[in-house]
Design a binder for this molecule. Structure first.
Ligand code: ADP
Ligand code: MG
Length: 239
């Protein structure tokens, strides 16, 4: 589903070069729920931006659904991104003056789909993410947890191949975080949604099938729920 082959990413600030990703290799299977963990500044968000086609690697290749992202023309990549990728941004990035319903419908409009046909679908999503009764409320009036639900529904309404979520529980307390993680698990379990979640929280990572640990711009460790020492690994991490 996703193949990342020897990806590097450099940023320039004036003359000064920072190499954030230093040769990342990753394979993510269809239907997998993967957590990418690592300390702040280790390049997690940068990698997610590259996976989402929001930025391009300095060197290396990223393949999603057998399509090479870096070989696409800018215009094709935009279309690919809109159709295949659901992105949940770290600070939700909702349209504050639009309602819950309008925010969720937004990517369908952007894709030229009429909202009339999709009213039922949007309503189903509102139910699934637990926002019934709040359809007409402006996004700016919602709590953090509610905004995160809108962001998830908006990312999934186009039925993307993969959902990319950057710190989806970063701004939430433990109770709200667990609700959001349960919601993501539901999409993974019931709809076989492929999910790549970036988090610095081991509690959140524990909901995934596999944890990929980032350090200094490369994959440092990987552990899968199927591994016999998975529980021990999590316990050590939390200690
Ligand atoms: P993480 O999400 O793991 O906290 P990031 O991917 O956001 O890490 O950032 C990794 C490093 O790359 C940081 O040192 C950050 O300052 C730098 N960085 C990220 N984006 C840019 C950018 N657009 N320009 C310059 N430096 C950047
Ligand atoms: Mg980040």
């Amino acid at each position: 589903m996703i193949k990342v082959n020897n990806v590097t990413k450099e940023f320039y600030q004036g003359q000064e070069k920072t190499e954030v990703l230093k040769g990342v290799h990753l394979h993510i299977e269809e239907g997998e729920f993967v957590a990418i963990m690592g300390p702040s500044g280790s390049g997690k968000s940068t990698l997610l931006q590259l996976l989402g086609g929001l930025d391009t690697p300095t060197t290396g290749e990223i393949q999603i659904s057998h399509k090479m992202l870096n070989e696409m023309k800018e215009k094709d990549r935009t279309v690919f991104r809109r159709r295949q990728i659901g992105f949940v941004f770290q600070n939700y990035q909702l349209l504050p003056n639009l309602t819950v319903e309008e925010n969720i419908a937004f990517p369908l409009h952007a894709d030229g789909k009429l909202s009339k046909e999709y009213e039922k679908l949007i309503h189903e999503f509102i139910q699934t993410v637990g926002l019934e009764g709040l359809e007409s409320k402006q996004a700016k009036l919602l709590s953090g947890g509610q905004q995160q639900r809108v962001a998830i529904a908006r990312a999934l309404v186009t039925n993307p191949t993969v959902l990319l979520a950057d710190e989806p529980t970063g701004n939430l307390d433990r109770v709200r975080a667990e609700e959001i993680l349960t919601l993501l698990s539901k999409f993974h379990r019931d709809y076989k949604q492929t999910i790549v979640m970036v988090t610095h929280d081991i509690f959140a990572a524990g909901f995934a099938d596999r944890i990929i640990l980032f350090k200094d711009g490369v994959v440092d460790q990987e552990i899968s729920r199927k591994d016999s020492d998975y529980a021990k690994y999590l316990a050590n991490f939390m200690a």
